[in-house]
Design a protein. Structure first.
Length: 503
């Protein structure tokens, strides 16, 4: 095993009300691909930003090639030999490929940009990756995959010793992922250390040599890939021991085994580079759980069904008739409702009142010319405040003043007043207290009993098991199985952990 090239020891970082990192260690060696794994909130992004000078660590130390470093900016980090390629390409689309690769460090001659030198360096950076891209082309004329590779070429232009790839495959198709992995393997043989951040298990086992797992800002452990079965990796990420997962069993609902006619039937529905073609059906009076790790395609599936990310393959049928869902407006017309996992940016309007937030969907469905009378708005708001036990001084209180759980209840009420046939709930209990979680779970069960179809998405498997009659399991943007009746966490984990052919 090679000597450590980079070592982070005892790294701590806190923000107001949050300890993001608590004594985390990370060791990278030359000539290896090292995967950094963990669910949302594990501390991966904070650790990377501490390493690259975006944040200053509150405690701990960083050594590169045996010398202590303390980068105070991304420029200092790059100067030391640490480069980062982020999930979102942070380049300038209207500039040429060459200008993007050398941006901020263009060679000059007599005080002017040396175009010939810029072009030669850009060509050398592209050739190192085996890329046949014309450096004169503007960046926005390239595909997203090619832009990602240009970002890597830029990162390598500074003679990087450490290359950090933060979710580099999220926008790539299977062929493009294989090409990227070929490049990563080539850089590994050149002696570079690559830190690979991803949520795709198959990709980790295809290309990584070692894995560091974080959970809740703490180090769980560092493992050689060959010594860490998939099920153990998932257990480490989620904080569930193998034996514990075997003991947890679902509460099967009465009538869960009955075959019901589907309200929504999606057949081979998919969207290129977003979610592979998937079959899903949900009956009236049924809760279908959607389980999978972060990055498995749960949210993308929900947004596809609701028309936020319209599918480009397959067919959706509503009540056994073809349904064209190309936008959320189409989805609402078909009787669908959707609560996003990101209530702060895709749900609430913080400065509007509880009443105003609650009637938004209903008013939008009526159009600007048919305003809902204020008296009727107030009656609707008062009804759901009582029905859902929303803790607010009154209906005119700004929703931003409410707790997370009560904000979530307002969003649920926004759609319930539309009387939907299918309710898509994406992480409806994220970030709320235990009491509010229990109330929302009770609400989901009561909606089912009243004949509503519910698609329930949660990263908490116990929660999915409690409310669902069937569970569809996703991994790496594809459906890998479906479980019915009395199901255990262990069965879900086994489906997630099943290996695929190496990339």
């Amino acid at each position: 095993m090679a000597a450590p090239l980079l070592q982070m020891r005892g790294i701590a970082k806190a923000f107001p009300g949050l300890k993001a990192l608590d004594g985390v260690d990370l060791t990278l060696r030359a000539g290896e691909v090292h995967a950094l794994m963990g669910e949302n909130g594990a501390g991966k992004s904070t650790l990377i930003k501490t390493l690259t000078g975006v944040y200053a660590a509150d405690a701990g130390e960083i050594e590169l090639n045996g010398a202590r470093i303390q980068p105070r900016s991304t420029r200092e980090s790059e100067s030391a030999g640490i480069s980062t390629v982020y999930q979102e390409v942070n380049l300038i689309p209207t500039l040429s490929v060459a200008d993007n690769i050398l941006l901020g460090r263009q060679p000059t001659r007599f005080g002017f940009l040396n175009k010939n030198a810029i072009e030669k360096r850009a060509q050398a950076a592209l050739a190192r990756l085996g890329l046949k891209i014309d450096p004169h082309m503007t960046l926005n004329s390239l595909s997203m995959a090619e832009q990602q590779l240009v970002a890597i070429a830029r990162a390598l232009d500074v003679q990087a010793k450490v290359l950090i790839l933060d979710e580099p495959t999220s926008s790539l198709d299977e062929r493009e992922v294989k090409f990227l992995f070929d490049i990563m393997r080539r850089l590994r043989t050149e002696g570079m250390a690559l830190l690979f951040v991803t949520h795709f298990l198959d990709q980790v086992y295809a290309v990584a040599d070692r894995i560091t797992v974080l959970r809740n800002g703490r180090l769980v452990g560092e493992y050689p890939v060959a010594d860490l079965p998939r099920l153990k990796l998932i257990s480490a990420m989620l904080g569930r021991e193998f034996e514990e997962m075997q003991r947890i069993e679902s509460k099967a609902h009465t009538g869960a085994e009955e075959k019901k006619e589907a309200f929504l039937d999606a057949r081979g529905v998919g969207r290129t580079s977003v979610i592979n073609p998937i079959d899903l059906n949900i009956a009236a009076g049924e809760v279908l759980g959607l389980a999978g790790l972060l990055g498995s395609g749960r949210t993308e599936t929900a947004k596809m069904l609701f028309g936020v990310l319209p599918p480009d393959s397959g067919e959706i049928r509503i009540n056994n008739s073809p349904a064209e869902i190309r936008s959320p407006r189409d989805a609402v017309r078909q009787g669908l409702a959707f609560c996003s996992e990101d209530r702060k940016t895709e749900g609430i309007i913080p400065h509007l009142s509880v009443r105003e937030n609650m009637i938004l969907a209903m008013q939008a469905s009526r159009g600007a010319a048919r305003l809902l009378p204020t008296k009727e708005q107030t009656a609707i708001a008062d009804h759901y405040i009582r029905a859902l036990n929303i803790k607010t001084p009154n209906a005119e209180t700004p929703i931003g003043n409410l707790s997370g759980g009560n904000q979530q209840k307002v969003l649920l009420a926004r759609w319930l007043c539309m009387q939907p046939k299918l309710f898509i709930l994406d992480e409806p209990t994220r970030g709320i207290d235990v009491g509010a979680k229990a109330e929302i779970e009770k609400l989901v069960n009561s909606l089912r009993e009243k004949g509503m179809a519910v698609l329930f998405i949660s990263s908490e498997l116990e929660e999915v098991l409690r409310v669902s009659q069937r569970i569809a399991v996703l991994r790496d943007r594809k459906k890998v199985g479906e479980l019915t009746g009395a199901t255990t966490e262990h069965q879900i984990m086994e489906l997630i952990a099943r290996s695929e052919p190496n990339l």
